[in-house]
Design a protein around this ligand. Structure first.
Ligand code: 5RP
Length: 225
């Protein structure tokens, strides 16, 4: 039996058409989409991909998906990416895989952003998942302090006892806010803190959610396109 993640990913790949420039997200759900895209490319589908992380770039290369970067295009036709939490307005928390910065740039350049999730990612209110905040290493302690002042419980993300380095050479502070009442306002406030490069709140960027709920596929489109 295939998992919800795989089911959602394969449903999203059906939206990919010949000639498209495709944004390739990051994470275990997107991994299934990249694999399926690889199969379709080997069957003759002509696409060019833009990966959102070094990990996805490597997988896409192994799958034989031709890749380009923003030196060659300003726009992406369609991006397929995952999320850590998504609500009924299709606002999201992303960055569990530490790729939020490139993911947000790619999403912002995409005509369509399809978010693929399993049922447990769909929540009434964002905030149970700690919000990833990408910061430059210099002065991260000051930013940490400011996140506490904003009411969050921050935690520097570590890997083998050392601060995890993102693909851009930054740190991630995971900040638990419990309930995020106004995602748009919090997204903007966090990005006003000097040294914050980006945060994992993605508002107004998802155009279509594809959620696998058991064997069912639920598709939800953003109200204003
Ligand atoms: C990476 C992300 C991922 O899309 C998110 O963490 C979901 O990952 P997964 O599909 O493994 O549950 O935002 O930065």
């Amino acid at each position: 039996m295939i998992s919800e993640k795989q089911r959602a990913a394969e449903a999203a790949v059906e939206y990919v058409k010949d000639g498209m420039i495709v944004g390739l997200g990051t994470g275990s759900t997107t991994e299934f989409a990249v694999k399926k895209l690889g199969e379709r490319v080997r069957d003759g589908l002509a696409i060019r991909g833009i990966p959102t992380s070094d990990v996805t770039k490597k997988q896409a290369e192994e799958e034989g998906i031709p890749l380009i970067d923003f030196a060659e295009t300003m726009y992406i036709d369609l991006t397929i990416d995952g999320a850590d939490e998504i609500d009924a307005d299709l606002n999201m928390i992303k960055g569990g895989g530490a790729a939020l910065l490139r993911e947000k740039i790619v999403a912002s350049a995409s005509r369509e952003e399809i978010i693929i999730v399993s049922r447990e990612k769909y929540v009434n209110q964002l905030g149970s998942f700690p919000l990833p905040v990408e910061v430059i290493p210099f002065g991260w302690q000051v930013i940490f302090n400011k996140l506490e002042t904003l009411g969050g419980s921050p935690d520097l993300r570590l890997q083998q006892g050392q601060p995890l380095l993102t693909d851009q050479g930054n740190y991630i502070i995971d900040c638990r806010f419990r309930q995020i009442i106004d995602a748009v306002q919090l997204e903007q406030r966090l990005n006003m803190i000097p040294g914050v490069v980006e945060n994992g709140l993605f508002t107004s960027l998802c155009s279509r959610m594809i959620m696998a709920d058991g064997e069912k596929i639920v598709v939800k489109e953003r109200a204003n396109g």
